[in-house]
Design a protein around this ligand. Structure first.
Ligand code: C2E
Ligand code: MG
Ligand code: MG
Ligand code: MG
Length: 288
């Protein structure tokens, strides 16, 4: 399904749009091997409440290609998704993340971890049961895992997706709706998806201070989420002014470079320890 593409001229451009260039094929092969060799890494980005408490960590995949250097997740995730490699990648991410959550728990750090899953994963047969089995194997309680989905999950087979998500929440796994406000946002999805958290896409958050309309969208999204009993996380918070505005709007938590970029596991451990030992009286100004 990926081969048989013209390698010359304009066709290559066309092909690159749906991800089937020889270059992308090579990258796909490299990714498959990297997963087998354990060369794909997870970094962790904190979600932090306005009182400074750590609400959780989001696992973000990192791939350092031996020749190309760092390949952006958006690029190889799209390739994995288009090629059928996605379930294998997600298996790897879940396995790595749950192993790490288990180690943190045994070290006295009980922070929940969020894993991004794609529509492909949710629609793959037996996904909910496989997640539950993996949690049990790692002796990690289900509420220590959160799955970040997007509304795309409802496009192809909403019935099957709903059943799987219901099964996952039935097991006690919490769901978060990522990138809210982009693409296929619909209030129908918001009502039907069994999520407990909504993440406002960073495209809105980034313009919150500068653009009155984006500020209004963020305000309405927070109110809407709260009226549905959802927690709201703003992604991509890069400066103090945005942080303050979000706090004043009643947002529940933030994620972004202002607090921390995604860090390797060891660095995350140190970051969590430093937070933990920070007594309220001697605390430096939040969120940093
Ligand atoms: P996402 O889940 O919405 O993750 C947030 C992205 O925003 C991450 O990019 C993160 O590094 C970036 N980010 C965080 N704080 C800031 C900030 O303050 N400013 C800016 N400009 N960016 C910030 P990243 O790691 O490149 O990941 C991109 C996307 O790739 C993710 O978007 C997610 O959709 C996908 N992805 C990453 N890891 C995985 C994975 O393990 N599985 C799946 N299925 N998708 C993944
Ligand atoms: Mg995410
Ligand atoms: Mg997002
Ligand atoms: Mg995103």
């Amino acid at each position: 399904y990926l081969a048989k593409r013209d390698r010359t001229g304009v066709e290559v451009y066309e092909a690159s749009r749906d991800g089937n260039t020889p270059d992308r094929l090579a990258l796909l092969g490299d990714l498959r091997r990297a997963l087998e060799a354990g060369e794909v890494e997870l970094h962790y980005q904190p979600k932090v409440r306005f009182d400074g408490a750590v609400a959780g960590l989001e696992a973000l995949v990192r791939w350092h290609h031996p020749e190309r250097g760092r390949v952006a997740p958006d690029e190889f995730i799209a390739i994995a998704e288009a090629s059928g490699l996605m379930p294998r990648l997600t298996e790897y991410v879940l396995e790595t993340a749950l192993g790490q959550v288990g180690r943190w728990r045994r070290a006295g750090l009980t922070v929940p971890v969020a894993v991004n899953v794609s529509p492909r994963d949710v629609l793959s047969p037996g996904f909910a049961g496989a997640v539950a089995a993996r949690l049990a194997r790692h002796r990690v309680p289900p509420d220590a895992l959160q799955l970040e989905i997007t509304e795309h999950v409802m496009l192809e087979d909403p019935r099957h997706a709903s059943d799987t998500l219901a099964a996952l929440t039935g097991h006690g796994v919490r769901m978060s709706l990522d990138d809210f406000g982009t693409g296929y946002s619909s209030l129908v999805h918001l009502r039907r998806l069994p999520v407990s958290e909504l993440k406002i896409d960073r495209s809105f958050v980034g313009r919150l201070v500068a653009d009155a309309e984006d500020a209004e969208i963020v305000r309405c999204t927070i109110d809407l989420a709260h009226s549905l009993d959802l927690l709201v996380v703003a992604e991509g918070v890069e400066d103090d002014e945005t942080w303050e505005r979000l706090r004043d709007l009643g947002c529940d938590a933030v994620q972004g470079w202002l607090v921390s970029a995604a860090m390797p596991a060891a660095e995350t451990t140190a970051w969590l320890r430093a937070r933990e030992s920070r007594s309220p009286e001697t605390a430096e100004p939040l969120p940093r």
